[in-house]
Design a protein around this ligand. Structure first.
Ligand code: SAM
Length: 305
């Protein structure tokens, strides 16, 4: 049950896609003063050591943050993401990589609320410890009064089961990130079911789902299932970095499916994705797809390169 550890995959191309989009979604919410909730149903450990035993085992960051680390000329949304990773590595050496909770902590404001769920006993402890250190560090610098138990709540538990009780949030503004391991194929169905329920309780929330594109049927059919959910609008972006290997080993493609995306997201992705394909692409299989649709009209648009 607990075989997945995100530390093995930290900073790979899938994390780049997920994390730069998450930053953009949070920044969009930052445009209005009203507080929002960031809910991370599958948080991981929050911070990863790239020179630690887990991350260096397969050095997956070489497919993602690695090739971006020393670049100077990047589209603004990628630069914002790389700058956030650089800021946690003041020595200039790429040692630490942020998980989605750390990213949200950095981008969200004082008034916003972070609700973080992690089921793995070791990773939920790491997550809580990492946030304790962040708060101590910030308090020591006088940046932020201690906010434990108010701004950030870390819970060891099942994020699928917990989401319902948090919706709708008091301010009626929220970003929900759903990022399960999908090692258990039930995660596909659970994600779709939890979204159907969440949309019933809070139809105007923004929901971002990361998913892998694998050979298993549940994975290949997943985006089409999400398109059937009763969201006013959706956007589906897939990044492929290389051709699949004949044995199907390794992750070459992953997607972010966003329900109720901000109107700014699609034009931004049209600008950035061709650049990202060039930066992270390994062979002629590298490409992206971008689709959007509405509940009323179904799929409307498809950019591909
Ligand atoms: N969102 C993180 C990030 O971007 O940095 C990475 C999350 S990782 C892909 C998935 C995490 O979900 C793992 O740490 C795993 O232990 C955890 N997990 C698995 N099932 C869960 C559940 N039902 N509820 C909460 N966490 C779960």
């Amino acid at each position: 049950m607990f075989s997945y550890r995100h530390a093995f995959h930290a900073g790979n191309h899938a994390d780049v896609l997920k994390h730069f989009i998450t930053i953009q979604l949070l920044q969009y919410l930052n445009q209005k003063d009203t507080a929002y909730s960031y809910i991370d149903t599958h948080s991981g450990a929050g911070v990863y050591e790239l020179d630690g035993a887990f991350a260096s085992k397969n050095a997956e960051y070489d497919t993602g943050i690695g090739p971006l680390w020393n670049l100077t000329d990047m589209p603004a949304p990628i630069k914002e993401y790389v700058d956030l990773v650089r800021a946690m590595n003041p020595s200039g050496k790429m040692r630490y990589y942020p998980g989605s909770p750390y990213i949200a902590d950095q981008v969200a404001r004082e008034q916003d609320r972070l609700r973080l769920f992690e089921l793995h006993p070791a990773d939920s402890k790491l997550l809580a410890d990492n946030f304790r250190k962040l708060e101590e560090h910030a308090a020591a610098q006088g940046i932020r009064p201690t906010v434990r138990g108010k701004r950030v709540l870390v819970t060891r538990g099942d994020g699928f089961a917990a989401l319902k009780a948090l919706l709708p949030p008091p301010s009626r503004r929220a970003l929900v990130l759903i990022d399960p391991p999908y090692e258990d194929k039930q995660d596909y169905k659970k994600t779709k079911d939890v979204l159907a329920e969440a949309l019933g309780r809070f139809p105007t929330g923004t929901y971002a789902v990361w998913y892998p594109l694998l050979q298993r049927m549940e994975s290949r059919q997943f985006a089409d299932k999400l398109k059937q959910l009763p969201a006013a609008e959706w956007l589906n972006v897939v990044l492929t970095t290389k051709k699949p290997t004949p044995d199907g080993f390794g992750l070459h493609s992953s997607g972010m499916f966003i329900l109720n995306p901000p109107y700014t997201l699609e034009p931004m992705l049209k600008e950035v994705m061709p650049w990202l394909v060039k930066a992270l692409g390994k062979d002629s299989g590298a490409r992206f797809t971008l689709e959007k649709g509405t509940q009323a009209t179904g799929t409307r648009n498809n950019s591909e390169r």
